[in-house]
Design a protein around this ligand. Sequence first.
Ligand code: 5GP
Length: 199
Amino acid sequence: MSQGRIIIISGPSGVGKGTVLRQVMAHNPLLQFSVSATTRPIRPGEIDGVHYHFVDKSRFEEMLKNNELLEHAVYADNYYGTPEKAVDDALIKGISVVLEIDVQGALQIMERRPDAISIFIAPPSLTELRRRLKGRGDTAEQIMQERLRVAPHECEIAQKYQYTVVNNDLQQAVAEVEAILTAEACRSQYRKLQYKEEN
Ligand code: 5GP
């Protein structure tokens, strides 16, 4: 059995990363989401321990101090981070772990885990991104403005990712992410062929 891989997925807030990922993951039982820790308030419909581990600032700082996080970032005034142990426990079992994280965290993982697969999900345009973010309706105006403000900078960093998928048509974006994962699984270094002589 081969080790699982870390799959980094980033993209501006509102681009539709979650929707693309849910479809990709529904077709692939060997993929698991990493559950991040965050200090941001819980949104309607979110479940603690499923969407995030919702923690206060002092608990987050304790995790940092104890080196429990594989990466972390401050995004729109809140802390976000990836608990390392859960990731490594899955990788050892041959399960690949999807990290839906911001660009600051992604750059840290690319450095620390060079075999990670990195995919940036980009919007077809900033106008379309604004329309999608407004349509989501779960984000206060001020927070939305902050997210739109950082989006152009996030898209510039797309060049550092191995792959960029433009989420114009959902099915096309899902197909492209699946194609990337299929190609990565076929890389010779991850294919352990064990042939025995046949008599
Ligand atoms: P949201 O608050 O909308 O759920 O997420 C805001 C941003 O934080 C998104 O870009 C999301 O990908 C990112 N994010 C979520 N979890 C983590 C994490 O563990 N680490 C980092 N660096 N970013 C994260």
